[in-house]
Design a protein around this ligand. Structure first.
Ligand code: SF4
Ligand code: SF4
Length: 172
C-alpha cells in the first residue's frame, strides 16, 4: 500500500533498512513476470514468502548500511511499494517521526544483541534459519539458548511495530 507523505516516510526509512537487510523477512515477494528482471539485478530469485509465487532472497546485495544503492534505477515493484506497519503509522499521523525513529533504534539494538551470537559468515537470515531448526532444543547458557532468547525478543518487537497484519509472528 502506498504512503501519501513519501518525503516524511523516506526520512525514517533512510536510517532503517530492516525490510531489506533480512531482519524483517527472508524473502521479498515479486511478480512472476519480474523473475528475469530480478535475476538480471543479481538478486537471488526464489519462491515467495508463503512458498508459492516468486521472490528474491534477503538480505539484498544492493543494500549499503541502511540505503538502497540502486534507488534511482529500475527495481522490482516491491522495492518502491512496500511500507511496513511503522511507516504507515507515521504516514497516518499515529506516531511522530521522533517516536518512529526511536522504534527503529530499539529494533536495531535488539538486532545488535544477536550479532555477537552469529557464527562466522552467518547473517541475520541464516541465524534465524538456525534458530528455527533448533525447535526449542538447546542447553541452558549455550549460544543457542542465547540466540533463542534474543530472537524471540527481536521478533516480538518487530511483530508489534513493523510487521503487518497477516505476517507470521516469527517469520517462518
Ligand atoms: S522496515 Fe519500515 S521503516 Fe524500515 S526501511 Fe522498511 S518500510 Fe522503512
Ligand atoms: S533493491 Fe533496494 S529497495 Fe530493493 S530490496 Fe534491495 S536494497 Fe531494498
Amino acid at each position: 500500500m502506498p504512503v501519501s507523505q513519501l518525503d516524511l516516510v523516506s526520512t525514517l526509512c533512510v536510517d532503517c533498512g530492516l525490510c531489506c537487510n533480512g531482519t524483517l523477512f527472508d524473502v521479498a515477494n515479486i511478480r512472476e513476470d519480474e523473475r528475469d528482471f530480478a535475476a538480471s539485478l543479481g538478486l537471488k530469485v526464489t519462491t515467495g514468502s508463503d512458498g508459492t509465487g516468486a521472490g528474491f532472497a534477503l538480505p539484498c546485495p544492493h543494500l549499503c548500511g541502511a540505503a538502497c544503492t540502486i534507488y534511482d534505477q529500475p527495481r522490482p515493484s516491491v522495492c518502491s511499494a512496500f511500507f511496513c506497519r511503522l511507516a504507515h503509522a507515521l504516514d497516518d499521523g499515529e506516531t511522530s517521526l521522533d517516536a518512529a525513529q526511536e522504534r527503529v533504534a530499539k529494533a536495531k539494538a535488539l538486532l545488535g544483541a544477536i550479532k555477537p551470537l552469529l557464527r562466522e559468515g552467518e547473517d541475520i537470515a541464516a541465524a534465524r534459519d538456525r534458530w528455527r531448526r533448533l525447535k526449542g532444543q538447546f542447553s541452558p547458557g549455550s549460544n543457542e539458548a542465547q540466540l533463542h532468547a534474543a530472537m524471540v525478543a527481536l521478533n516480538l518487537y518487530l511483530h508489534r511495530n513493523f510487521r503487518l497484519p497477516g505476517d507470521p509472528l516469527f517469520n517462518g
